[in-house]
Design a protein around this ligand. Structure first.
Ligand code: SRM
Ligand code: SF4
Length: 593
């Protein structure tokens, strides 16, 4: 107990010190932490072997994120443990970088093994095409990271103030286009990976670099003001939700090949309840470039944000605010100055949806791909599902690999016609169907992790959305809408990890069992939603949404999407730009409950 109390005391002192540093130079505390970290080392190495179950220093907790690791505790157990005078049930989230979501079968088998050996036995497919392990205890962290490294994967730079996992469209119907965007995703990802040897040193027992012997050519010593996200879309699919990214490349496909990319900048989801200075923004297109220009443009866009992003206030530090403050034209000319040429005019693009295409697809090279719905992106073996075992069995038989989709679903990829039956047999044994036995509403639903691991969650998401969808499926069936897709996304807080502001129905945690409901998002991820009702108790969500869905069934025009219907009928005003996200909110939406 004494040593715990001491740890907490020292953590408190170090926090105060950080805040003093911050107020001295006006920069946010994280800037000081990065500056003094020795290129992301801090005292992580020392803390790793201090015999504690947690990292006591605030700086190390922040720096761990750059290494793909978050200190968490089981929030379900907090009250009970506090009452019993026990420390929190600490464990770590381990995020694994998967550019473009592409995983080989042998990697899959190892990921599966590690999930069982070191994590809580589940494999979480995230909304950004990465893997997450939850529940890794501190004494297993180093071994987990080292074993991930052995299969050619890393946890490095998948969190923190750097470029995150680069997403790309997941489902190939045109094999050449997809291999091109996958190649590019990998290239951007490796080009923007920080150069510090800290990761190798701490986790892989790499040689120690003597002070001063290191450089970080793109990022510099203080990295970026905030996280940076890049995606590549292959229209007409917008499964990556391109417009939610700081930077997006939208493939222009002509005669079956990629002719180049439209460049879009300044998207992001996160906001805070009650703070109208924070809001989601859609990325906007600024021009067209060739494939050869993409990586350099990505680097220069990162540099503009590195140099101009707000380092004083983290809630205002994403590229979207840099652009909102300085203007899109300013950004374009600053980018063009750095790349040394003008972007060509953006070309015409249209998207048909931001969901996944489920079931079997044959690409033009003749290979099959099976995409199936993974509830909450969580592969597990439980009373309800044996999806984790199913994928293990398939990975043993199938050399074609897997693709994680940006909606947290999974594709078994590159299956030859001869092999298809064998895969189908395994799927049957484990009762895995493309739609998980659900409606189109369920297939187009997505949630973030939220409780019990996410420290920022205000309400349930992953554990609650399946039940709410079940309730709404009654309304769907009564109105003959089983095959009609409506996008529903739920998050435990307004950070927006499941991109709820780009759903037709967004349900965002406000407090335990209370949610803000957003309507009017575009089906293709092309329009933001707007607040419809605030602080709705979970028991009132179905009564609120069911009549709207029933009305949609009766009054929609041919092919009309739910989000468009809500706007046409005045249920909600359209949000044209991020900056008007908080405007035109119906007064009744703000009624406090
Ligand atoms: Fe996220 C923070 C989970 C995608 C916006 N996100 C978090 C943390 C790490 C909480 C924390 O900081 O302590 C969550 C860990 C929960 C847990 O227990 O696993 C978390 N985010 C996730 C994942 C796992 C959600 C999921 O269910 O799949 C996704 C992992 C993505 C990845 O592999 O990199 C995830 N997060 C997103 C997305 C979607 C996207 O990238 O397309 C967004 C919105 C897009 C954006 O960035 O604007 C997103 N996460 C945030 C934010 C708000 C950022 C902002 O600019 O305001 C935070 C909070 C923060 O950074 O301070 C956050
Ligand atoms: Fe946690 Fe909020 Fe992200 Fe959900 S949206 S995972 S509650 S930070």
């Amino acid at each position: 107990f004494r040593s715990n109390a001491l740890q907490i005391f020292f953590a408190f002192i170090s926090r105060i010190q950080e805040y003093i540093n911050m107020s001295e130079n006006g920069l946010s505390a994280n800037e000081g932490i990065k500056q003094n970290s020795g290129f992301l080392r801090g005292t992580i190495g020392e803390s790793l072997v201090d015999g504690q179950t947690f990292f006591g220093s605030e700086s190390d907790q922040q720096l761990l994120k750059f290494h793909g690791l978050y200190q968490q505790d089981d929030r379900d157990l907090r009250a009970e443990r506090k009452k019993a005078g026990q420390e929190k049930a600490y464990s770590f989230l381990v995020r694994i970088r998967v550019p473009g979501g592409i995983v080989s079968s042998s990697q899959w088998l190892e990921i599966d093994r590690l999930a069982g050996s070191y994590a809580n036995g589940t494999i979480k497919l995230t909304t950004r095409q990465t893997f997450q392990f939850h529940g890794v205890i501190k004494s297993n962290l180093k071994q987990t990271v080292a074993e991930i490294n052995k299969i050619g994967m890393v946890t490095f730079a998948v969190c923190g103030d750097v470029n995150r996992n680069v997403m790309c469209g997941a489902l190939p119907s045109n094999a050449a286009v997809h291999s091109e965007i996958q190649r590019l995703a990998r290239e951007i990802s490796s080009h923007l990976t920080p150069q510090t040897k800290a990761y190798h040193e701490i986790w892989l027992d790499g040689e120690k670099i003597v002070d001063g012997g290191e450089e970080e050519p793109v990022y510099g010593k203080t990295y970026l003001p905030r996280k940076f996200k890049i995606a590549i879309a292959a229209p007409p699919a917008n499964d990556v939700d391109a417009f939610a990214n700081d930077l997006a490349f939208l493939a222009i496909i002509e005669n079956g090949i990629v002719a180049g990319y439209n460049v879009a900048v300044g998207g992001g989801m996160g906001m805070s309840h009650g703070n109208e200075k924070t809001y989601p923004v859609l990325a906007r297109e600024i021009g067209f470039c060739t494939a050869e220009q993409v990586v350099d443009i990505a680097e220069k866009a990162v540099l503009v944000q590195r140099d101009y992003g707000d380092r004083t206030e983290r809630k205002h530090a994403r590229l979207k605010y840099t652009i909102e403050d300085r203007g899109l034209e300013w950004f374009s000319s600053e980018l063009e100055r750095r790349i040394g040429y003008r972007l060509q005019p953006a070309r015409k693009i249209s998207f048909t949806g931001n969901g996944d295409r489920f079931g079997w697809t044959q690409d033009d090279a003749g290979l099959w791909h099976f995409c199936f719905f993974v509830q909450g992106g969580r592969l597990a073996d439980s009373e309800k599902t044996s999806s984790r075992s199913a994928m293990r069995d398939i990975a043993k038989k199938h050399g074609g690999g897997f693709r994680l989709t940006p909606n947290g679903n999974l594709i078994i990829a590159n299956i030859s016609t001869e092999k298809r039956e064998e895969i189908e047999t395994v799927l049957r044994i484990h009762q895995i169907s493309a739609d998980g036995g659900g409606s189109a509403l369920r297939l187009h639903s997505m949630s973030c992790v939220a409780l019990p691991t996410c420290g920022l969650a205000l309400a349930e998401a992953e554990r609650y959305l399946p039940d709410l969808i079940g309730e709404l499926e009654q309304t769907i069936a009564e109105n003959g809408l089983e095959k009609e897709a409506i996008t529903v996304r739920m998050t435990g807080c307004p950070n927006g990890c499941a991109r709820p502001f780009l759903a037709e129905i967004g349900i965002v945690g406000k407090a335990p069992n209370r949610y803000n409901v957003y309507l009017g998002g575009g089906f293709s991820g092309q329009r933001l939603s707007k607040l419809y009702r605030e602080s709705v108790p979970s028991s009132e969500l179905k009564p609120l949404l069911a009549p709207l869905i029933a009305r949609y069934a009766k009054e929609r025009t041919e092919g009309e999407r739910f989000g468009d219907f809500c706007i046409r009928n005045g249920v909600i005003a359209a949000t044209e730009r991020g900056a008007d996200f908080h405007s035109n909110i119906a007064d009744e939406a703000k009624v406090k409950r």
